[in-house]
Design a protein around this ligand. Structure first.
Ligand code: AMP
Ligand code: ZN
Length: 468
């Protein structure tokens, strides 16, 4: 299997530390609001990575953290504390906010057929581990205390710029703003490990520590959680490209300084989902969530297909026009498979077709080329000398990676025609309610419910959900 490694800037043969089990660490969400579909693109790519490794025969142990602690925007004590801000805005405790958005995140993951990583670790459950790592870094004089805070001294870690390919000089330019904001640092590029003295004096989440009552810096959670669950040598670390600097750069510096040896061999990063104005973000433009797409009548799996149609290392420009096309393609694909399935006994499938499985595998082993993998699927659907049974059996195998619910009858979606019919019935029901014909309104609701379509009346009108 070949993967692009951000560490070496090359496509490399993937060789795990232990051939029986591959370890993967993926940075999880910051749970102060919903994930946007850009975030979800990254999780889809990571899901494909894990499932491809399974497909080619590896066992995978994967860990994801949940950032549920005050998460300042940068290493300097500037920006906003996202968790505190959200809890003030919503009038809830930080832990309640975190739980709510964690649940919402896993609901999105589930609807996109993304496998939940084997181990999910909350940042707030690992304070003990951060303290230990910081103590070791202080003992080694790689970290220092200044005005109540603990910082990592980047000059003590010689390969600091290896991952990002930045130079010391351009980092200084990037960090210039920080110099004016955080005078406690020795070097502008140093980053916080523990904060007791920050401008967020009313920070809700604080813990006692040998360095004073405070809270951890932005990066320490991932190093400590990865080492705790996956050991001192990690195979693959992934995330979106915005994680390369400073987050993953700082993770490497901390982890390797703490361990005293190389930590992770492969860093694999997914490109952005952009909107017309550039990188999609939580604070800019229309906030595109999976729920919003669903409300607009899109099937989550159409979005998954849209992501799989492009390579994870290419930028993907989101537009509703592109999603319409993907939805249409998905619908046609499902119809083709449905037709094929008509005369096939799913419980008695023959072996899958070796030639097509190999072709499919080769595309994925080529740095996860999912669009070519889809082409192989289309070729298989078209080819004439393979029986329907064998095709279905092969599609079933392929769908272990693609996860487009190709064989399920009751996927969480409606095609365009069905959608129009449902909308017409909803309109009819609204009219019936207006003239107080509740009998008809109830009849329509029941009729739809029998088809797995649940109506939800809101102040803005009636929307629907399709039961899986
Ligand atoms: P966050 O919740 O902000 O920590 O981000 C979660 C994940 O989404 C990280 O791996 C980010 O790198 C990734 N991410 C953030 N914005 C985008 C985007 N526009 N497109 C793709 N991935 C993104
Ligand atoms: Zn991380």
């Amino acid at each position: 299997m070949k993967l692009y490694n951000t560490l070496t800037k090359n496509i490399q043969e993937f060789v795990p530390n232990n051939k029986d089990e591959v370890t993967i660490y993926t940075c999880g969400p910051t749970v102060y609001s919903y994930a946007h579909i850009g975030n979800l693109r990254t999780y889809i790519f990571e899901d494909i990575l894990e499932k491809t490794l399974n497909f080619i025969g590896y066992k995978v142990k994967r860990v994801m953290n949940i950032t549920d602690v005050g998460h300042i925007v940068s290493d300097a004590d500037d920006g906003m504390d996202k968790m505190t801000l959200a809890s003030q805005k919503e009038g809830k405790k930080a832990s309640e906010i975190a739980q709510f958005y964690t649940d919402a995140f896993f609901k999105d993951m589930n609807e996109l057929n993304i496998k939940k990583p084997e181990i999910i670790a909350k940042a707030t459950d690992h304070i003990k581990e951060y303290i230990k790592m910081i103590q070791v870094l202080l003992e080694k004089e790689i970290a220092y205390q200044s005005n109540g805070n603990v910082y990592f001294d980047v000059t003590k870690y010689p390969n600091y710029y290896e991952l990002s390919g930045r130079s010391d000089e351009n980092n200084l330019v990037g960090a210039r703003e920080d110099v004016t904001l955080d005078k406690n640092k020795k070097n502008p590029a140093d980053f916080a490990l523990w904060m007791t003295n920050s401008k967020f004096q009313n920070q809700e989440q604080k813990w006692d520590s040998p360095f004073g009552i405070g809270y951890p810096g932005w990066h320490i959670e991932c190093s400590c959680i990865a080492i705790k669950y996956l050991g001192e040598k990690l195979d693959i670390h992934c995330g979106g490209i915005d994680n390369i600097f400073p987050h993953h750069t700082n993770e490497i510096a901390q982890s390797e300084s703490y361990l005293g040896h190389k930590w992770c061999n492969y860093f694999v990063h997914g490109e952005y989902l952009n909107d017309k104005s550039g990188k999609m973000s939580k604070s800019k433009g229309e906030f595109l969530t999976l729920d919003l797409l669903k409300k607009k009548g899109y099937n989550p799996l159409s979005y998954r297909l849209l992501c799989l149609q492009s390579h994870y290392r290419n930028k993907l420009l989101f537009s509703y026009e592109a999603l319409d096309i993907a939805q249409n393609t998905y619908s046609k694909l499902k119809n083709k498979v449905d037709k094929l399935k008509e005369n096939v006994d799913i419980s008695q499938l023959p072996e899958s077709n070796k030639e097509y499985i190999n072709k499919f595998k080769n595309t994925l082993e080529d740095d996860l080329n999912t669009s070519n993998a889809l082409t192989v699927l289309y070729e298989l659907l078209k080819v004439e000398n393979i029986s329907s049974q064998e095709k279905i059996s092969t599609i079933k195998e392929m769908d272990k990676v693609l996860s487009l619910s190709l064989l399920s009858d009751n996927a969480n979606w409606l095609n365009k025609k069905e959608k129009e019919e449902v909308e017409k019935l909803i309109e009819k029901r609204t009219e019936a309610k207006q003239i107080k014909n509740f009998e008809l309104a109830d009849k329509i609701r029941q009729e739809l419910e029998e088809k797995g379509i649940i109506l939800i009346d809101t102040r803005e009108g009636t929307r629907y959900e399709v039961k899986k």
